[in-house]
Design a protein around this ligand. Sequence first.
Ligand code: ATP
Length: 199
Amino acid sequence: MKFRRLKLSGFKSFVEPAELRIEPGLTGVVGPNGCGKSNLLEAIRWVMGEGSPKSLRGGGMEDVIFAGTEARPARDFAEVSLLIERSREEAGEDAGETEVTRRIERGAGSAYRINGRDVRAKDVALLFADAATGAHSPALVSQGKIGQVIAAKPTERRKMLEEAAGIAGLHQRRKDAEQKLRAAESNLERLDHLLGEQA
Ligand code: ATP
């Protein structure tokens, strides 16, 4: 999976709509302190489904919305779109460019779209997990990340390796399958019970 373009509007310090092309290869972000370098990386993690406000340096999810300054009023929403490109091996007939969008409105929560179509958070998580990337991907190296890897507990390190190996999506699918199985078993029990009553 390749990242092609990032679009932000109302996300943290990016109050005006901004668009960044992401070129092939390793990307580094440079700039003076406080100019928004970390906010860019957080925007990528957020659109990929990051669910923890703490790991986005906020107290609540709505903290990603531009909070206003002395000169500018706060915004009511934040939106981030990430244009990705997937190969045939990764996506089969869905190969090519795909745009993933996440939007949050004050008091209304988050919503996701893939190519303009409303989808669930789970669909976005699976799309990235299958490509061995995601909000916690080791491919996104933020400040302090190296130290975190060194200090991580074995279980946390295992999660990082699973994410890098692209099997995180399989865990989610297994959980879904187990849930369906339990629902089917309980339906069968109810059916047995009803048949027993009629006999
Ligand atoms: P450093 O090099 O010091 O780590 P940086 O370039 O990574 O800085 P960021 O931490 O990405 O900078 O950006 C910090 C800026 O973003 C601060 O000026 C902060 O006020 C602003 N900011 C963060 N959240 C919001 C928000 N919700 N609304 C408005 N501005 C915000």
